[in-house]
Ligand binder design. Sequence first.
Ligand SMILES: Cc1cc2nc3c(=O)[nH]c(=O)nc-3n(C[C@H](O)[C@H](O)[C@H](O)COP(=O)(O)OP(=O)(O)OC[C@H]3O[C@@H](n4cnc5c(N)ncnc54)[C@H](O)[C@@H]3O)c2cc1C
Length: 493
Amino acid sequence: MSWRRTLTIFFSTSTRPFNSIRRSLAPPFSFSSHFSSATSPFPSGLDPTKTSDKPRVVVLGSGWAGCRLMKGIDTSIYDVVCISPRNHMVFTPLLASTCVGTLEFRSVAEPIARIQPAISHAPGSFFFLAHCRGIDTEKHVVHCETVTDASGSNILEPWPFQVSYDKLVIASGAEASTFGIHGVKEHAIFLREVSHAQEIRRKLLLNLMLSDVPGISEEEKSRLLHCVVVGGGPTGVEFSGELSDFIIRDVHERYSHVKDYINVTLIEANEILSSFDVRLRQYAINQLTKSGVRLVRGVVKAVQPQKLILNDDTEVPYGLLVWSTGVGPSPFISSLQFPKSLGGRIGVDEWLRVPSEQDVFSIGDCSGFLESTGKHVLPALAQVAERQGKYLASLLNQIGKSGGGHANSARDVDLGNPFVYKHLGSMATVGSYKALVDLRQSKEGKGLSLAGFISWFIWRSAYLTRVVSWRNRFYVAINWATTFVFGRDISRI
Ligand SMILES: Cc1cc2nc3c(=O)[nH]c(=O)nc-3n(C[C@H](O)[C@H](O)[C@H](O)COP(=O)(O)OP(=O)(O)OC[C@H]3O[C@@H](n4cnc5c(N)ncnc54)[C@H](O)[C@@H]3O)c2cc1C
């Protein structure tokens, strides 16, 4: 679909809510001089900057890549506008811990205004709670639609608006892959956002409580308390480890009537933790098995409301199903008519530019090197996204300092060194105060790899220091200490 077609669909479907919302907001809502007039035939938004204004960097997404970029942007050179459907960054490596109450949800959510304070107070910098729906690279405009809370009594329909950019950074991440398997979207829970972790925790605690109520059959009790995780990558393994810790320590103590019914099954089509050293993989298998996690080699064929079906027609009843089988491009990324890299990500060159377009860059899980660069597509990892964000911030600052900050003015600017990625290694916890640390730079490479309690200590220390703000670092440390002393919080709020 071309951008023109994208825009046609966008306007034809969205004009009514936009007009109604503009009318309803008119009296108390006044646009600053950056915004286009409400009488324009097009949706209101941010007009192009003038040469006397600061150039504007528009960032799509508030994940690892977008937030690291915003943190590094020199706001004396640029105004920053972030457009994202969530107003915080999620510290994903610790997200699995929030599902069972080892950590609280707020400890892993970092408000964007803390990452880039200019967004709260600089006159030309903003955060817009919205999805980007289309990009007009000729006019240097992104077309967006607000995210409104459609539930509750104060119903506000989403409305469109547009934002002109001088530099555009697409950092909208990826989506969980379902491989088109029937029923996954409807019945499984993904583990990518804080809202997913909240859903998992509520469901787990609800199932625990229901299975304790008189009148429930033995069979139903076992189903409700069967937690199935599909996908044996680091996320699936870490979540299974967290669950088994929760069961061993908290369920055995506080739900002792049903402790013998609760089970965890991890289903993986190939090897679990396939990117890790073979010795570490074996360690993880032993450790998970010892903690009571059942490992099943299998391919899921279909998912139904209370059971899933494997390729060999085995039926697996479940009460909680968590799906974690990797990521692929989102419909938004697939709809963009840019050259793509392997895997359908936005294709970028060595400077993370979309080479067919002026002033458009892409970083993080939604982008990959074009085949013409001769480089491999980098893995979908926070450490890649974060380093690309840091690199691009300094590249944009350099472009801005050389006078190339405004739209179409950076053609002759020397870009300096291209982006080079050096893998620092991988880590994963497997529960019971054990973790794996694999410091090899590649699967075939040589390097230190260790497993056990010391690795777990390294894992915790490394992530504690990586947590973005001191506030959240403090929260995480306090949550860990509270869980250690008092156990996990099992109230269903
Ligand atoms: C549970 C879990 C654990 C993980 N653990 C690790 C780990 O230990 N180590 C590691 O290196 N990696 C880990 N990862 C992977 C890592 O989180 C991702 O690689 C990283 O988040 C990618 O960053 P990103 O900025 O590209 O995308 P994301 O962080 O996914 O951010 C994308 C942003 O774009 C926004 N967005 C989406 N669509 C639009 C749109 N149309 N318009 C505007 N904005 C949009 C989203 O709301 C979000 O804010 C983990 C991932 C998960 C889910």
